[in-house]
Design a binder for this molecule. Structure first.
Ligand code: B12
Length: 304
């Protein structure tokens, strides 16, 4: 995946002349920076936002680093789960990327893709593994592919403002589940936060050290598994103490956070889904509207 593109590359990808492309840049439809030599350079995130908002077809997606089948996938979110399950079971990375990126290009949010496509896909894969229908390697390969897709999706999103609040999070020491904490990072980033997942497997002391050092406005803990409810309650309360001291909101979520444990932990918010997290995060910070967003009509509209 290329982070920055030339006008020529983007023009080839969408099948227009370089001159038209440069004109759209100069009119503010696509953001760009100039090299010291004065050449335009277009961040992929701005190009993707332009394509989403205008519905401009992509004729050569591979030029943008997208799967060559981009545009041929499912754009109805609820029908995508089945296809993604199949693609991940087969280890078909290009197909899995096509499904996720087509949904995003069709205007679905990363939030919806995570909550309504990726999470149910993994719930299905878990059931299929439990019933002996798929091998462990298929589930694990599916995780690796999905993590790569989430990192790519993050590159497509608008870069948060420099002064946007910082969010930090991860999982505790016995919890190896990487997808949920990565998804939290992606959806907070989409909501305009400077969000960073620190990954999995942290002793609570180092999470507190991170809060001390980085002073995030929001700290999330994703809890997918716990060896002992007692240890989880102790760690959760310790984390809340550290977060409260630094005035960070502590948000908890994850499949292993059952009612019994939750009632014994202090927290600022508890969320079943990422959608709830974003609703809560908006009470703390709402990203300003983009001033120079491209027009919602096709840039060729009205031209012969
Ligand atoms: C992938 C996977 C693994 C991988 C994870 C690899 C990786 N790098 O992440 C590995 C190989 C580690 C693994 C291991 C095991 N697994 Co496993 N695994 C799964 C699987 C298929 C997907 C997990 C996942 O990523 N789901 C996707 C996420 C996004 O969905 P989610 O957790 O529901 O998250 C949503 C919400 O909870 C919420 N959320 C989550 N976190 C947060 C955080 C915040 C802040 C917020 C706001 C919201 C939020 O938002 C998300 C989106 O809507 C699940 C099936 C399932 N139902 O999830 C089984 C599953 C969890 N595993 C299971 C089992 C049994 C195991 C093993 C014991 C297998 C074994 N015998 O070795 C081990 C145990 C490992 C351990 N230490 O605990 C069982 C657990 C059963 C139970 N009784 O709880 C499950 C349910 C499969 C099944 N159906 O039997 N597993």
């Amino acid at each position: 995946m290329k982070d920055v593109l030339t006008p020529k590359q983007v023009a080839r990808a969408i099948g227009v002349s370089e001159a038209s492309l440069k004109r759209w840049c100069d009119k503010g439809h696509i953001p760009f920076a100039r090299t010291p030599g004065g050449h335009r350079r277009l961040p992929i995130s701005g190009v993707i936002q332009f394509l989403r908002e205008t519905g401009q077809p992509i004729v050569r997606p591979e030029v943008l680093g997208l799967p060559s089948t981009t545009g041929l996938g499912e754009t109805v979110i609820d029908r995508s789960v089945e296809g993604l399950v199949r693609a991940l079971e087969l280890g078909d990375e290009e197909q899995a990327r096509t499904i996720c990126f087509d949904l995003y290009l069709a205007g679905h949010s990363a939030l919806d893709i995570c909550d309504r496509v990726v999470a149910p896909t993994f719930h299905h894969l878990g059931e299929r593994w439990q019933h002996g229908d798929i091998e462990v390697y298929q589930e694990r390969l599916g995780c690796e592919i999905t993590l790569r897709i989430l990192y790519e999706l993050r590159v497509f999103l608008r870069t948060p403002d420099r002064d946007a609040p910082h969010a930090l999070g991860g999982t505790l020491i016995q919890d190896p589940y990487a997808i949920p904490t990565t998804m939290v990072e992606v959806v907070l980033h989409e909501a305009g936060w400077r969000a960073q997942s620190m990954g999995t497997g942290h002793p609570v002391e180092t999470l507190c050290a991170a809060i001390d050092d980085k002073k995030p406005r929001l700290f999330w803990l994703s809890i997918s598994t716990a060896d002992s409810a007692e240890a989880l309650v102790d760690d959760g309360n310790e984390l809340y103490r550290c977060a409260a001291e630094k005035k960070a909101a502590l948000v908890l979520g994850g499949r292993a956070l059952n009612d019994d444990v939750r009632k014994r932990i202090n927290y600022s918010a508890f969320c079943d889904h990422l959608q709830h997290l974003i609703a809560f995060a908006k009470t703390l910070y709402t990203a300003p509207e983009i001033q120079d967003s491209p027009s919602h009509t096709h840039p060729n509209a009205g031209r012969s």
